[in-house]
Design a protein around this ligand. Structure first.
Ligand SMILES: Nc1nc2c(ncn2[C@@H]2O[C@H](COP(=O)(O)OP(=O)(O)OP(=O)(O)O)[C@@H](O)[C@H]2O)c(=O)[nH]1
Length: 797
């Protein structure tokens, strides 16, 4: 009957797999998935592994299937040919036990080739905690029998296995348990006897082995523990056989059983998830006939697996933290970044620890450090990016808060505002930065803190300079306001001490301004140098303000008005301020000369800032005297300041121009005065009175006959009498004349300004300025004017 390659599985029975095939190839592709299918891939150290060795067709598969519920092939009774080829593996039912069914030794199929026997023994020794040696009872004591050959191989292999780690002799020994199962035990020879016979044989074999250097004196028990058990004949005594197998199973599944097989010290300490790689590499070593150095293999396995586990943990970690990049790159500050980074890193490390900590400890620790560095390296850009973004945000809010407080508070103390906002900003940065500062990193926030502090200082300095400028500008405005009135007053009434008054006012205003500056500068934390420079600028600008005000008050038209006013005061009003009415015998020429000359003498006074008291004159350094100032002028930041030049208001040419213009205006006044005299001496011819009586007789009679007209006449005569009696005729006349003249002059000026027309000659427009240039007579009046006046006088006479 042909062998069923896939026997029907009982419920819960695991599916077997061929781990190493008949061509001695390790089935790496299926092992890991199978392990997963068996549910053991995540078992860690929570599994056990045993293998069965023995002659071919000695019921090994039958025993394993009975014992563990595995599904290994069992030989068909009638064919008697080798069933198990290579090495098979299966999981036991309801137990975390992996069982290896190894191809039987001394099989006819492989002939004299002992190679696979040796390799499979080596492989089983390196991986299994317990080797079940299956033999018939009648084979016990047959030293030359096949089983002894197998055991010799096992011992040799064991020595080979440990040759590379002789140090193990001095340390705890990794022993392997050999469980001898004596089959078809008839019962006539007790187990103890069989056990003694086997032990004697084993020692003999051990002694006969040539041991490697350093292991010459070693005993078989240094490397092996032995257990012995018997099973009745399966065919003849099936129920006893089953019972014995049930008892034997207890040794595999019950840790409390005194003969418990899977004692922890036998465990090879290979985590289940590393088993595929480990067994594969062991098999590779076996196949290449290299000395099998298990510690090295375990270390290599640890390296391989730790790398695999670390990579798996890292790739999950990378996916988790990928989202941070977008936020950080777009300049956001993530509130929970520190906690999130810490959590993701812990998850990755925990994942690594869970699986990798089962491996070679040194390798695991080394790889953990590597992983930690890799994780930190991935998180580092987020940490730095967060600090950078935080830096920007804190800096911007510092600036905004300072500006807002300066806008919101009326009498703010700049130093206090900047100080509190600065410490607020620095504390905020430090607190937020510490949140992203993970433990177990070489990250630090000191550098970024120092940089932030510098930049805050930079902003504060710029703001302070701007604030100082603003404050100085405000003070300058106040200076201007303070100077306006005293300057206007002093210049309107020119006196010899005019400039003294102006400079006294200037000094007082400047002192006040400097005091205000110094008081405010204290809260600005300005340095001595800054104060010095600001005060110098304040003085300079105040002086320029004064000069600007003086310039405004001495502009051509303003100055002309001032001179005219001065002249009028002297020429047209008497000493008591009453308007003069010129009479023919008045000394108009003398009065005119005096008024004009006195007025002209004011021009030099206006032309230069020159106080009578020299001490009052403030002296300021020119740009050329101050190197800092000179450099600023050179850079184009400030205008050149030449103090001596600012004292001179008019040049000689301008002085002459002003004088000449004034003279012309004065001439007009002179003509007008003369004309008023002429009109006062003009008389009506006597015959005109006769004509008037003849022509007006009828009207006269109408007035006399009409009561209304007559009453009006009487009132008029009465008023005239009162005026005559009180001697008011003269003042009344001159006042009305002066009024008429003023009205005429103002109207004329307005029209002239409006139409910008040249002035008509004084002959036709009396009282208006004569624009004609002419020679001056001995009174300083032009001959043409005099000539014209004489002509008019003659006409009147
Ligand atoms: N006498 C006897 N025969 C048994 C016993 N157990 C199994 N057999 C028989 O021995 C034969 C071989 O059984 P297997 O379990 O295939 O033996 P094996 O050692 O696994 O064989 P290979 O895998 O081919 O080396 C089968 O026909 C079984 O019925 C036993 O306890 N006593």
């Amino acid at each position: 009957m042909p062998v069923d390659p896939s026997p029907t599985l009982l419920s819960d029975q695991a599916e077997r797999m061929q781990l190493i095939d008949e061509d001695q190839k390790f089935n790496n592709a299926q092992f890991a998935p199978k392990l997963k299918q068996w549910g053991l891939d995540d078992a860690g150290f929570g599994y056990d592994l045993c293998a069965v060795l023995g002659s071919q067709s000695t019921g090994k598969s039958t025993l394993l299937n009975k014992l563990f519920g595995t599904s290994f092939d069992v030989m068909d009774e009638k064919q008697r040919r080798q069933t198990t080829k290579g090495i098979w593996m299966c999981r036991g039912i309801k137990m975390n036990v992996l069982v290896m069914d190894v191809e039987g030794t001394d099989g006819r199929e492989r002939g004299e080739d002992q190679d696979f026997e040796r390799k499979s023994a080596l492989f089983s020794m390196a991986s299994a905690e317990c080797l079940i040696v299956n033999l018939w009872e009648h084979q016990v004591g047959l030293y030359q029998g096949a089983n002894m050959g197998l055991l010799k191989t096992v011992f040799e292999v064991n020595l080979g296995l440990f040759q590379a780690s002789k140090a193990k002799l001095n340390g705890p020994k990794d022993k392997t348990l050999l469980l001898f199962v004596i089959r078809d035990h008839v019962g006539t020879t007790p187990l103890e006897n069989l056990q003694a016979t086997l032990l004697a044989d084993l020692n003999r074999i051990w002694d006969s082995l040539s041991k490697p250097e350093g292991l010459e004196t070693s005993q078989i028990t240094d490397f092996f523990d032995f257990m012995f058990t018997t099973l009745p004949h399966k065919i003849l005594l099936p129920s006893e056989f089953d019972k014995a197998v049930d008892q034997l199973r207890e040794r595999f599944i019950n840790p409390k059983d005194p003969n418990f097989v899977f004692r922890p010290e036998y465990h090879k300490r290979i985590p289940a998830d590393g088993l595929p790689h480990y067994l594969n590499s062991i098999w590779d070593q076996v196949m290449s006939n290299k000395d099998l150095d298990l510690p090295t293999q375990q270390e290599l396995l640890a390296q391989f697996r730790c790398d695999e586990i670390a990579n798996a943990a890292f790739s999950l970690f990378s996916a988790d933290v990928k989202g941070f990049r977008k936020h950080i790159e777009s300049g956001n500050v993530l509130e929970t970044l520190g906690a999130d980074m810490g959590r993701h890193r812990s998850v990755a490390l925990a994942k690594f620890d869970k699986d990798a900590s089962r491996y070679h400890q040194e390798v695991y620790k080394r790889k953990r450090i590597d992983l930690l560095e890799k994780l930190n390296g991935t998180l580092s850009p987020f940490f730095l990016g967060q600090l950078k973004n935080l830096h920007k945000v804190v800096l911007a809010s510092f600036r905004a808060n300072v500006l807002e407080r300066m806008r919101g508070e009326v009498n703010y103390d700049f130093g206090e505002v900047v100080g509190t906002e600065r410490s607020k900003a620095e504390n905020r940065f430090a607190a937020a930065a510490k949140l992203v500062l993970l433990a177990e990193t070489d990250w630090s926030i000191e550098e970024e803190e120092a940089q932030l502090s510098n930049e805050i200082q930079g902003i504060a300095d710029v703001m302070r300079v701007e604030e100082t400028k603003k404050m100085v500008a405000q003070i300058e405005r106040n200076v201007k306001k303070g100077l306006a009135e005293p300057v206007e007053l002093a210049l309107a009434k020119p006196q010899p001490d005019m400039w003294d008054k102006i400079l006294v006012a200037f000094r007082s205003v400047l002192e006040n301004a400097e005091a205000i500056y110094l008081r405010k500068a204290k809260s600005f934390n300005c340095t001595e140098d800054e104060n010095k420079a600001a005060l110098a600028a304040l003085r300079r600008k105040s002086w320029l303000s004064l000069r600007a005000k003086v310039d405004e008050q001495t502009a051509d038209t303003v100055l002309a008005a001032k001179l005219r006013s001065c002249f009028e005061d002297r020429f047209r009003y008497d000493d008591e301020g009453v308007p003069r009415v010129w009479k023919p015998d008045d000394d108009i020429d003398g009065a005119f000369r005096t008024a004009r000359d006195e007025t002209l003498s004011l021009i030099p006074l206006y032309s230069r800032i020159a106080p009578k008291d020299e001490e009052l004159l403030i002296r300021l350094p020119s740009s050329s005297d101050d190197p800092v100032q000179a450099a600023a002028v050179e850079r184009g930041e400030e205008e050149e300041f030449d103090f001596p030049a600012t004292l001179q208001l008019f040049t000689e040419t301008r002085k002459a121009e002003i004088g000449s213009r004034f003279r012309k205006e004065a001439d007009a006044y002179y003509v007008e005065a003369k004309r008023s005299t002429v009109s006062s001496i003009a008389q009506v011819p006597y015959w005109m009175y006769g004509v008037m009586i003849v022509l007006g007789w009828n009207e006269f009679m109408v007035v006399l006959s009409s009561p209304i007209y007559f009453a009006f006449l009487l009132t008029l005569l009465g008023s005239a009498f009162v005026v005559w009696k009180l001697n008011l005729s003269g003042p009344l006349l001159s006042v009305s004349k002066a009024m008429a003249r003023e009205v005429h002059r103002i109207a004329d000026e307005q029209l002239r300004n409006h139409f910008s027309q040249p002035l008509p000659p004084p002959a036709s427009r009396p009282g208006v300025l004569d624009e004609r240039p002419a020679g001056i007579d001995r009174n300083g009046t032009s001959p043409a004017v005099v000539e014209e006046f004489e002509l008019e006088e003659k006409k009147a006479l």
